[in-house]
Design a protein around this ligand. Structure first.
Ligand code: F3S
Length: 405
C-alpha cells in the first residue's frame, strides 16, 4: 500500500500507540485486500455487542490512548435499569460487562446512540460518502438504498476506522466493485414489509455467492421498514453487503447501469412458490406463546404506530416487548403510542438488543412470536422458539396468547 507521510507517522506511533495499533490492523486489512491507498471517512457505526471480545478490544485501544477522530454511533446494548425494574434482577456479571462496555465507548469518544438503525436517524450518510459501518442491516442499507460506500466492516475494523479517520480503499469503495453480477427476477408478489423479510431470507437460500444481486420486478418502492427488513435478512440468511433494485435504488436507474460492464453470471427467478416455501420452512407452526418480541432491527415510529393501532383498547395476554431507539421511544411517547402499548400491558424499551446475554434470560427455553427471522435465528441457541408472522398478525397473537394460523 502507498501510505502518505502522515499515515506512515500514524503507523510508526508519532500520534500515539492507540492510533498506531488501529493503523496496524487497517494496513494489514488493506494489504490482504490489495488496497492501494487509504481514504478518509466521514462517518462510522460500530456494532457494539457488550460481550467479552467487544469489551476487550475497545479497552485495549483505550488503554493505548486511542480516541475517535470520527465519532461513531453504536449498536444497542441493554437498558439495565428498565429490565431490572420490569423483567428480572440482572446478574452482577451482566451488569459489570454492560457498564464497563458503555463506559469504554464513552471514553473513546463514541456517540452513545445504542441503536441498530443509524441509517434512519442520527447517522444518515449521503450518496457517495465513504464511511465505515458494521451491523448486518446497516451495510446493505447504506450501500444500496442511500448510495453511500462502506465495506462490510466488523465492529473492530469500524472502531479502528473511527480512531484513524481513514479506511483502506478496496471492495465496495471502488466503482468497479459496485456493479451487479447476479440477475434476480422477482416474479413473486412482494408488497408488504413482511414480504421483504421473506424475500431477504429466500434469496441467499437460492444463491450463496457474495456477488452483488440485481433485483428486477419489484413494482413499488419499499418503505424504510421494508428496506430495513430486506437488508437485515439478506445479511443474516446470507452475506449480502449491497444489492440493486432496478428503477428504485440510486445506482440502478436501469438494468444496464446496475450491471455496468459485468456479464450476468447467474440468472435466478423467485416465484410465489419460492416465497411460500421459505415461509413454510422459516415461520413455524401455530401454537401457544409465552411472550412477543419486536425490534430486530429496532422498530421505527411507523411500525410502533402499527402496533398501537392494532392493539387499540385491548390487552396483551403475554409479555410484550418493543425494542426501539431512544429517539423513537420519545416520539412514541409524544404521539401517544407508548401510552396505548403500556396500557395494554406491553413495554417499549430503548437502547436494548434481542441478543445481549443475559438480558432475556427469563425467556430462555420458552415459545414466542416475532415478525423478524433474524430475531428468531439469533435466539435459537438460547432455546427460544419464535413463531414468525407479519407484524399485525403477531400483535393479534400476543392479544390471544396463541398464534392461530
Ligand atoms: Fe439490532 Fe440486536 Fe437485532 S443489534 S438487529 S436488535 S440482533
Amino acid at each position: 500500500m502507498k501510505l502518505t507521510s502522515e499515515e506512515k507517522d500514524m503507523l510508526a506511533g508519532k500520534y500515539g500507540e492507540g492510533i498506531a495499533a488501529a493503523m496496524k490492523i487497517q494496513v494489514a486489512m488493506g494489504e490482504t485486500f490489495e488496497a492501494e491507498r487509504m481514504v478518509p471517512i466521514t462517518r462510522a457505526h460500530v456494532a457494539l455487542s457488550a460481550q467479552d471480545a467487544d469489551l476487550w478490544f475497545v479497552e485495549k485501544l483505550l488503554n493505548l490512548g486511542a480516541t475517535c477522530k470520527v465519532s461513531p454511533t453504536v449498536n444497542p446494548s441493554i437498558d439495565l435499569k428498565y429490565l431490572n425494574k420490569n423483567l428480572f434482577e440482572i446478574p452482577k456479571a451482566g451488569i459489570n460487562i454492560v457498564s464497563s462496555t458503555n463506559e469504554a465507548y464513552r471514553k473513546i469518544g463514541a456517540t452513545l446512540t445504542f441503536d441498530c438503525t443509524p441509517y434512519l436517524q442520527q447517522n444518515v450518510p449521503g450518496f457517495g460518502e465513504v464511511i465505515a459501518f458494521s451491523e448486518s442491516s446497516a451495510t446493505p442499507y447504506v450501500n444500496s438504498v442511500l448510495g453511500a460506500r462502506s465495506n462490510r466492516e466488523s465492529s473492530q475494523s469500524a472502531l479502528c476506522a473511527a480512531v484513524t479517520g481513514i479506511v483502506p480503499e478496496y471492495g465496495l469503495l471502488l466503482d468497479e466493485n459496485r456493479k451487479g453480477e447476479i440477475l434476480v427476477e422477482v416474479e413473486a408478489k412482494v408488497e408488504t414489509d413482511f414480504d421483504y423479510q421473506l424475500l431477504g431470507w429466500c434469496y441467499p437460500e437460492l444463491y450463496k455467492g457474495l456477488e452483488i444481486p440485481v433485483f428486477t420486478g419489484i413494482k413499488a418502492r419499499p418503505t424504510p421498514a421494508g428496506f430495513m427488513n430486506f437488508g437485515a435478512q439478506l445479511n443474516t440468511s446470507g452475506a449480502v453487503s449491497m444489492y440493486h433494485m432496478v428503477g428504485i435504488t440510486p445506482e440502478a436507474p436501469t438494468l444496464e447501469a446496475a450491471f455496468g460492464n459485468n456479464k450476468i453470471k447467474h440468472h435466478i427467478k423467485i416465484t410465489d412458490q419460492d416465497l411460500a416455501a421459505t415461509r413454510e420452512r422459516l415461520c413455524r407452526e401455530p401454537g401457544k406463546i409465552d411472550f412477543a418480541m419486536f425490534g430486530c432491527p429496532h422498530l421505527n415510529i411507523d411500525q410502533v404506530e402499527t402496533i398501537a393501532k392494532t392493539v387499540g383498547e385491548r390487552k396483551f395476554a403475554v409479555d410484550f416487548w418493543v425494542l426501539t431507539s431512544s429517539l423513537t421511544r420519545e416520539l412514541a411517547d409524544r404521539m401517544g403510542y407508548l401510552d396505548v402499548i403500556q396500557r395494554a400491558g406491553g413495554h417499549i424499551i430503548a437502547d436494548t438488543c434481542i441478543d445481549v446475554p443475559p438480558c432475556w434470560q427469563p425467556y430462555y427455553g420458552k415459545n414466542a412470536v416475532t415478525d423478524s427471522p433474524k430475531c428468531a435465528y439469533y435466539n435459537e441457541i438460547r432455546g427460544i422458539k419464535f413463531i414468525i408472522r407479519p407484524l399485525e398478525e403477531a400483535v393479534e397473537a400476543a392479544i390471544l396468547g396463541e398464534v392461530l394460523k
